[in-house]
Write a protein that binds this ligand. Sequence first.
Ligand SMILES: Nc1ncnc2c1ncn2[C@@H]1O[C@H](COP(=O)(O)OP(=O)(O)OP(=O)(O)O)[C@@H](O)[C@H]1O
Ligand SMILES: [Mg+2]
Length: 256
Amino acid sequence: MPHTSSALVSLSDLHLTLKSQAGSVDILKGIDLEINAGDTVSVVGPSGAGKSSMMMLMAGLEAATSGRVTIDGKDLGAMDEDALARFRRDGIGIVFQDFHLIPTMTALENVAVSLEFARKPDALARARARLESVGLGHRLDHFPGQLSGGEQQRVALARAFAAEPKLLLADEPTGNLDSATGDIIIDLLFSLQKDHGTTLVLITHDPRLAKRCNRTVVLKDGLLSEQHSPTEKSENVSPASGTGPRVASANAKGHA
Ligand SMILES: Nc1ncnc2c1ncn2[C@@H]1O[C@H](COP(=O)(O)OP(=O)(O)OP(=O)(O)O)[C@@H](O)[C@H]1O
Ligand SMILES: [Mg+2]
């Protein structure tokens, strides 16, 4: 089937079943989602709902049981491991809750290495500029173990944005930080997102943070639904959501 969607991210009837000793678990049961370029989308939902798993599928770090993940017009299911690795390197930035920096490399090297992989010229100079832009110009030669949690996450942000990816995936980026440090990281994340026009998918348990995105989707019981803010006009709420107590009594029936 030809690819007709103009969305940057397209998930289509995505299923994920994971097998464990206790038996197999259906994590995702038919997820559909389209995200336009430049959009910011938060993903919320209970612990264990499969948010991180869904992100792994979007990054091509895990394969779907069935269904399709298309990013920037490319069907990830059709790529081999090498192609996926190249695709991630050039097109996707990822930020994790626990930073995922390389412990044996300095802050500068952590950022430069991703630029070198992406074959960008002047990797060191660019990495330095990126770190300066997140306020870490004075910590270039520190190892992750010599940095605070907030500083480590700033390095991770500098690294994630370094190669100017079209898509940034962030999985609870403030989950390991106190709220004041978390606020600094989030302000930085959104300012980088805005500067670069990056499409952002942000997994969070923090409703305050979720609201900073243009859209919020809820993952629950293996299915995804769009969350509409209470201030939004009621006609925008899909009939399937069933959240409103009001039933349009007079108009609902008698409509031929
Ligand atoms: N390798 C695995 N084998 C079997 N089940 C797994 C495996 N990895 C994760 N799971 C299960 O998949 C479900 C979804 O996990 P996932 O980490 O995606 O949830 P989550 O929504 O990100 O949760 P949290 O908000 O706590 O981070 C969980 O019930 C988890 O126990
Ligand atoms: Mg998770």
